[in-house]
Design a protein around this ligand. Structure first.
Ligand code: BDR
Ligand code: CA
Length: 336
């Protein structure tokens, strides 16, 4: 039996997208058919350069990269360079490797790959513009899609771009709305309800820094800007790393739990980009989404750190036990 999972990763790197790509590249059960880049955190050209920087860190010039849409379906692009830095990687100044190349035509690559593969999934870590364009252009190709996991939206959590909207769907609500309405199979929505629980705390960043190798320096350096942003914006110590949870959930769905619900994306007015999750079936519509509501933070961190930094399992487990202590009931309660 072939246990590898074939996947296209659509992304807008972005600091947390880069961490998600690292997790994917360190996951032997994933066969990455290609990486497609969409506008979002940064303009598409910069996003492509950042994918190349991550691939260079891994010596993986064999993974094809495709440049996608330059702007949302029907509005101006608003980037998140305040969050990710002008270069999208925390203004770290990593060189773009010149021996790696980017192909044009992410949308056609998505369509052709879906048409010719039986068992392929998409993990979308940015606005859904590329996916919506492919679905509009060739809906039949999506019959072969096994699973769409998207980082985006929120159910009960507040937004991160407006009181109610999450960035990826807020940047291109028309694309997100089109995909939710037309994909015709449940979308796995890894939204802010679960990703807000995935915080790379200062303790964890210090641990990573102690590992003292190329990957650990890269993570330490790119997260500095992100940590400052989180403190200034929401007084969070550390940084919320949304996108790696979508990859981790794709690898191991037991990391999250959720509800099946019809979900729509608001496209107009002050709530643009909001996901409206009909958890109680008011609209009597067949659920089009699995909306994730719970996640096991410690299990995620265990996977993430061990995969990026193999051979350090015991020190990782020791630190995670300190940060996420388990409570044991002794004589009716309390901790030992
Ligand atoms: C999402 O928005 C982006 O800034 C992150 O990369 C993530 O995909 C979180 O709202
Ligand atoms: Ca992203």
């Amino acid at each position: 039996m072939n246990s590898t999972k074939k996947v296209i990763i659509d992304c807008d790197p972005g600091i947390d997208d880069s961490l998600a790509l690292m997790l994917a590249l360190d996951s032997p059960e994933l066969e990455i058919a290609g990486i497609t880049v969409v506008c979002g955190n940064v303009p598409t050209k910069l996003g492509c350069e950042n994918v190349l920087k991550v691939l260079n860190l891994y010596g993986r010039e064999d993974v094809p990269v495709y440049r996608g849409e330059e702007k949302p379906l029907s509005r101006m692009l608003v980037t998140a360079q305040d969050t990710h830095g002008m270069d999208g990687l925390g203004e770290t100044g990593y060189e773009v490797p010149d021996d790696f190349s980017v192909n044009e035509g992410a949308v056609d690559f998505l369509i052709e790959t879906l048409k010719t593969s039986q068992d392929i999934s998409i993990i979308a870590l940015g606005p859904l513009t590329n996916i919506a364009c492919a679905l509009k252009k060739c809906p039949e190709a999506f019959k072969n899609l096994k699973m769409l996991v998207t980082m985006g939206g929120s159910y009960k959590s507040h937004g991160n771009c407006s009181p109610v909207a999450e960035f990826n769907y807020w940047v291109d609500p028309e694309a997100a709305g089109f995909v939710y309405e037309n994909l015709k199979r449940p979308i796995h929505m890894v939204g802010l309800d679960v990703t807000r629980k995935i915080v790379l705390t200062p303790d964890l960043i210090s641990l990573i820094c102690r590992f003292d190798d190329r990957k650990s320096w890269f993570v330490t350096e790119i997260t500095k800007f992100y940590v400052d942003f989180h403190w200034n914006q929401e007084q969070i110590l550390g940084c919320v790393i949304n996108d790696p949870l979508a990859v981790a959930y794709f690898i191991d769905p037991s990391l999250c739990e959720g509800i099946d619900a019809y979900t729509a994306v608001e496209t107009e007015g002050m709530c643009a980009g909001q996901t409206v999750v009909d958890a109680y079936g008011f609209w009597k519509k067949t659920p089009n989404a699995k909306v994730l509501t719970e996640t096991d933070t410690k299990a995620f961190m265990t996977m993430f750190l061990n995969r990026l930094f193999p051979g350090r399992a015991s020190v990782i487990s020791k630190q995670l036990d300190t940060i996420y202590p388990s409570f044991c009931k002794v004589n009716g309660g309390g901790c030992r």
